[in-house]
Ligand binder design. Structure first.
Ligand SMILES: Nc1nc2c(ncn2[C@@H]2O[C@H](COP(=O)(O)OP(=O)(O)O)[C@@H](O)[C@H]2O)c(=O)[nH]1
Ligand SMILES: [Mg+2]
Length: 457
C-alpha cells in the first residue's frame, strides 16, 4: 500500500514536557524536511536514520524552535514510508506552531492509530503486533509491559502461524480424501484426529491465559461498600496512601464515587469508594446509592466494610442480601476500638464469606487485606510465566470461534460425514486465525481497531 497523503501528529502526551515529538509519514516527508528545517551545519546530507541539529522555520522565515530531526526513508521505517521525526521543546505552543507549519506545507493531521495502520498495511507489523503496540503504551504493570513486548516481538503472531500450519496440514488431509476417495468418510484418513486434538489443546491453553493476562493488563475492579460511616473512605485513603476521599464522622459524606489505583504484587487494582448504602435522605444521596449498585455490577470483588465498634444493624445485613452472589470479602473495621459483636454473627448471615479484621484509621490488617484482594484470582498461577498469553478480547473471540470450528470438524468426522463438511469447518477455522494476525480481515474492522489507538501512534 502506498499512501498519497503525508500525515503528521504529535507523538508525545499533551501538556508541557522537556521534549515534544512530532511525527510525519508519507511521500512528502523528505521534501517537507528540507523546507521546514534549517540545519546548523551547511553540509547536512540527510543521511538516513541520523539526527540533525538546527531550527524549524515558519513560512516567513522566523525561527519557531531549535530542534533535532531525523529522516527515516521507507521502507526501513516504522510505517514503511518516508518518516520524519522532529524533537522540539515540549511547549504546547511550540508544538502547535510546528504542527501548523507542517499543515501549511501539505501534511494532514493523522487519525488515531494511523501510523500503526500504515505500518500494518505496508507489512511492517502483523495486526497482533500493531495491537501489542497499543497495549504496551497503555500498560500499567511490569507484567502487562512484558506481555505487550512479547507480542510486539511476534510471540502471538508466531504461535498463530504455527497453529495455522497445523490446521493447513489437517485441511490437506481432509481435502485429499475429497479428491481421491469419493466414497470414503473423513474418519478413515489416518493422522487427522491427533492433529485436531493437538490444535484444540493449544487453542485452549491460549484461551485459558486470557483471565490471568487480563488481570495484569486491565487490573482488578474492586468496590468498597458498606453502610455510611463504617470507614470506606478511610480505607480508600489508606490503601492509596493519599487523601483521595473526604473522611468525616457525618454519615453520608461520600455521595459520588471516588476512584483510586494501586498495584498489589504487580497487579493493577482499581478501587472505587462509594456512598454508604442506607435509606437515602435526599435525591442526591439516592443517585449516589444507585451508582453503588452500578459499580458493584461491574466489579470483580466487593469489600464489605462493617463497623466492629458498633452493633450490626439491618442496613449491614441488607448489604449481604444484595451482594450474596458476588465475589466479596468482609472487612471488620475500627478494631482499634472495643468490639461490639462477635464474628459468629456474620457466619450466621453469610457462612462462606472471608472475614478480616482491620483498622483503616490506624493501618492495621491492611497488608492481609491486600493479599486477600488477590485471593481467588488467577494472580498466583506461576505456571503461566513465559507462555504466550492473550490479552485482547478480539483475539479471544477469534480463538473461541476457531476452537468451535475444530470441534465441529471432529464431530463431523466421528459421525462419518462426507469430508466436505470437516473441510468446510477447518477452512472457517483458518479464517478465524487469520483475523488475529490480520492476514484476512474486513477493512471496516481494521478501521475500528486502529481508531481506538492514540493519535501519533
Ligand atoms: N477508631 C476508628 N475510627 C475510624 C476508623 N476508620 C474510620 N474511622 C472514623 O469513622 C468515621 C467515618 O469514616 P469514613 O471513612 O468517612 O466512613 P465512610 O462513610 O464509610 O466513608 C470517621 O470519623 C473516621 O475517622 C478506624 O479504623 N478506627
Ligand atoms: Mg465515605
Amino acid at each position: 500500500m502506498r499512501s498519497q497523503d503525508t500525515i503528521a501528529a504529535v507523538a508525545t502526551p499533551s501538556g508541557t514536557g522537556g521534549v515534544g515529538i512530532i511525527r510525519i509519514s508519507g511521500p512528502a516527508a523528505s521534501k517537507i524536511a528540507r523546507q521546514i528545517f534549517q540545519p546548523k551545519r551547511i553540509n547536512c546530507s540527510w543521511e538516513s536514520h541520523h539526527l540533525y541539529y538546527g531550527d524549524i522555520l515558519s513560512a516567513d522565515g522566523r525561527i519557531l524552535d531549535e530542534v533535532l530531526v531525523a529522516l527515516m526513508p521507507g521502507p526501513r521505517s516504522f510505517t514503511g514510508e518516508d518518516v520524519l521525526e522532529i524533537n522540539c521543546h515540549g511547549s504546547p505552543w511550540i508544538i502547535q506552531a510546528v504542527l501548523s507549519q507542517l499543515i501549511q506545507l501539505g501534511c494532514r493531521l493523522a487519525r488515531p492509530g494511523e501510523f500503526s495502520q500504515r505500518a500494518f498495511l505496508n507489512g511492517r507489523l502483523d495486526l497482533s503486533q500493531a495491537e501489542a503496540l497499543a497495549s504496551l503504551v497503555a500498560a500499567r504493570s511490569e507484567i502487562a509491559c512484558n506481555i505487550g513486548l512479547a507480542h510486539l516481538k511476534g510471540a502471538l503472531g508466531s504461535e498463530i502461524t504455527s497453529l495455522r500450519l497445523k490446521l493447513i496440514e489437517a485441511l490437506a488431509f481432509t481435502e485429499a480424501s475429497i479428491d481421491f476417495t469419493e466414497d470414503v468418510a473423513a474418519q478413515d484418513t489416518p493422522g487427522i484426529l491427533p492433529l485436531l486434538d493437538d490444535l484444540s489443546n493449544r487453542l485452549q491453553i491460549l484461551l485459558d491465559s486470557y483471565q490471568v493476562a487480563r488481570l495484569y493488563t486491565e487490573g482488578l475492579n474492586v468496590v468498597i461498600t458498606g453502610k455510611p460511616n463504617v470507614g470506606k473512605s478511610s480505607l480508600l485513603n489508606i490503601l492509596t496512601g493519599k487523601k483521595r476521599a473526604i473522611v468525616t464522622d457525618i454519615p453520608g459524606t461520600t455521595r459520588d464515587f471516588i476512584e483510586g489505583q494501586i498495584n498489589i504484587r504487580g497487579i493493577p487494582v482499581n478501587l472505587v469508594d462509594t456512598a454508604g448504602i442506607r435509606q437515602p435522605h435526599d435525591i442526591i444521596e439516592k443517585a449516589g446509592i444507585d451508582l453503588v449498585w452500578e459499580n458493584l455490577a461491574n466489579a470483580d470483588l466487593a469489600i464489605i466494610i462493617l463497623d466492629g465498634s458498633k452493633p450490626l444493624t439491618k442496613e449491614d445485613k441488607d448489604i449481604f442480601t444484595g451482594i450474596s452472589t458476588k465475589n466479596h470479602l468482609v472487612a471488620i473495621n475500627k478494631t482499634d476500638l472495643p468490639s461490639a459483636w462477635k464474628i459468629d454473627e456474620i457466619n450466621k448471615i453469610s457462612p462462606n464469606s472471608k472475614i478480616l479484621r482491620i483498622s483503616a484509621k490506624f493501618s492495621l490488617g491492611i497488608d492481609e487485606l491486600k493479599n486477600a484482594i488477590l485471593d481467588n484470582t488467577a494472580a498466583d498461577k506461576e505456571e503461566n510465566a513465559g507462555a504466550v498469553m492473550i490479552t485482547n478480547m478480539r483475539h479471544k473471540l477469534a480463538l473461541e470461534k476457531a476452537l468451535g470450528n475444530i470441534s465441529r470438524a471432529k464431530e463431523n468426522i466421528f459421525s462419518g460425514m462426507s469430508p466436505e463438511f470437516p473441510a468446510f469447518d477447518l477452512r472457517e477455522g483458518l479464517d478465524n486465525l487469520d483475523e488475529i494476525t490480520g492476514k484476512k480481515i474486513d477493512d471496516e474492522i481494521l478501521d475500528k481497531i486502529f481508531s481506538s489507538f492514540c493519535i501519533g501512534k
